[in-house]
Design a protein around this ligand. Sequence first.
Ligand code: HAM
Length: 422
Amino acid sequence: MASEKQFKSIKGTKDLLPEEAARMRSAGATIHNVMNCWGYGEIRTPVFEQTELFARSVGEESDIVSKQMYTFSDQSGTSLTLKPELTAPVMRAYIEHDMGRGGASTKLYYLDTLFRQERPQKGRLRQFHQFGAEAIGSPHSEQDAEIVALVYTILTELGIEDMTLHINSIGSDDSRNAFRQALVEFLAPYKKDLSETSQRRLETNPLRILDSKSEDEQELLQGAPAILDYLDDEDLAHYEDVKHFLERMNIPYTENKMMVRGLDYYTRTTFEITSPHVGAQDALCGGGRYDNLIEDLGGKRTPAVGFAAGIERILLALGEKTQSTDESKNLLYVAATTHEAREQALTVAMILRAQGNTVHFDALRRSLKAQLRDANRLNASHCIIIGEDEMKSKSAQVKSLSSGEQESVPIDSLAALFMPQQ
Ligand code: HAM
């Protein structure tokens, strides 16, 4: 008996139908290519990790850990979490496989599926894709600049225009502690005017109040101390150098002293790239330096810097501009009208596919007219028709669907006729 129930995808998740999947695959090809050119090696980590890994790195008080994780217990009672971000898993892997041995810097990249239980809206999903890179081992400003230049280059190659790069420095531990204290002293007299979340953050993570979405709080913060005034000489020199390198590479940026980012592991440089074309969720990419994280996760103290960018948001920003890279080859349709001809058609299709063409084959045993209509619907350039007469003469009719012209071609010559362009 047919069931009444219609299954639907889970809220905040999305089916990628062939057209959109092709756009994503095409973006992926560009990402893999640029990452390779820049000397970054791909890393793939498991879908789930111990929950504590994220609590210890991203931070108990962060939105991600406090409200967005998909956490469950497995049969043995271990608490596991579907990965909501990749910096922590990649650092876990870096430590576990002793990837830093030998002392050279380690440059890794990823393209992966992530999970965050956020309120779904345009550009914000519960299952989404990120690509990102982590450069591990260098404390120096040129590494920060290279990481920014890397994502800037990929976004440009993908076709993103009018992006804004926001950068800031939140200093090393001492400067940040001094700033935190000054910020708490500034906000304390206004505590009762703050939202419940900000009141809690005043105790637990006051820096996060800086990126409050409340207009009243933003107005109040206009008079707050600025983190840049609390940077020590080394932090300041590092920050100035990052900006200098970016200028030398012709990468435009704006300084944004309110930007602290929502994850706890950052030190010194933080940055985001936004686009005006994606609505309220305008960050295409976020990243920064995190010099304490590897040590906090039990590894040897090792500085690192990285970024991650949301692929769905990038595709949104690109709109109609993305096309798939699959379009350079011939798109063909093989039509057959008899049982014997279908055998021939299957073989011909295999030979043409083996040399890189896209070949559709009709398995519905429809009339020739219906098959030709189908070939037009699929935008095939040619229909290769095999019927009783063609079987006898070991040939096929090759019909151009743009001009309507048709010619008889020996079966053995089809492969040469449809050599894809290199
Ligand atoms: P994040 O800012 O949490 O940083 O995420 C980076 C990017 O992922 C965002 O700018 C956005 O484009 C995309 N993104 C985040 N959440 C969603 C969502 N719910 N739906 C669609 N896209 C989303 C990180 O994840 C850090 N691990 C980045 C990093 C790497 N820092 C250092 N290394």
